[in-house]
Design a protein around this ligand. Structure first.
Ligand code: GSH
Length: 247
């Protein structure tokens, strides 16, 4: 029996995308939460190309990135389960790319631009989730330095947050239109990786009840106000319904 280990940050929506996919295929795996900062050395030691999580390690094989992990799981699945859209498969890659680089990147920059810059203490519990006591203490001591690095790396700030919010709103308009008239799935007529990607990447804004770690997610004041304004958007209702049925 292969032993699969998924390396994640508890807060990461890309990690949730990979984790949900492994759960969907009923692939047994262990989750290992990594401390930000230390994760880069761990990734390098494992032979990953970059430091980004999620990373899946199965025996001697390493798969990095949520999309590649879904490809791997689709290939591995022996139960006849599939996340491939049955119709319109051609459009799938492009659509997933749009979700990853639109909602995925910009919901994150919008949220962190307020949370990590102005209210960093609210983010610490999510990054501490699942860490060993030693790493929890180490993270607490190094938090200011770690979050400064994140601010630089993700190019966070007031103007950047507003620019990302505008992109998130454009993408939400598009998703609202796509799910209009109670459309169940974003592409084709089955639950596919496109639905899973959209729902998991929007989860930090929707905070669905079934999410494995977001019960603890703290939302800073400006984002909170926006989330109240957005909460009845068709795309938000759709994410809640997808989580309820498929997570
Ligand atoms: N396209 C990648 C994006 C992954 C990603 O952006 N991961 C972030 C967390 S949400 C990360 O690990 N950042 C830290 C780093 O890159 O070192 C995927 O689909 O997995």
């Amino acid at each position: 029996m292969k032993q699969a280990v998924l390396y994640v940050f508890a807060i990461s929506h890309f990690c949730e995308k990979a984790r949900w996919a492994l759960d969907f295929y009923d692939i047994p795996y262990q989750v290992r939460y990594l401390m930000p900062g230390v994760h880069a050395a761990t990734a390098k030691k494992m032979g990953a190309k970059t430091s980004s999580l999620p990373i899946l390690v199965v025996d001697n094989e390493l798969v990095q990135g949520s999309g590649d992990i879904i490809d791997w799981a689709e290939n591995e699945s022996s139960l006849g389960k599939s996340l491939a859209p049955k119709a319109a498969e051609d459009a799938s890659g492009q659509l997933e790319q749009r979700l990853d680089s639109g909602i995925g990147a910009h919901a994150r920059r919008y949220y962190y631009s307020e949370a990590l810059v102005q209210y960093p203490k609210t983010v610490l519990p999510m990054f501490s989730h699942g860490l060993s006591l030693a790493h929890k203490l180490m993270l607490r001591g190094a938090w200011n330095m770690v979050r400064q690095k994140m601010i630089e790396r993700m190019d966070l700030g007031t103007a950047q947050g507003l620019a990302s919010k505008a992109i998130v709103e454009t993408e939400l308009d598009w998703l609202d239109m796509t799910v209009a008239d109670n459309k169940e799935f974003l592409l084709g007529d089955n639950f596919s990786r496109i639905d899973l990607a959209a729902a998991s990447l929007l989860a930090p804004l929707v905070i669905p009840l079934q999410h494995p770690t977001y019960a603890k997610l703290a939302i800073p004041p400006q984002v909170s106000q926006d989330l109240i304004a957005w909460k009845n958007r068709p795309s938000f209702n759709w994410v809640r319904s997808i989580y309820k049925q498929y997570r």
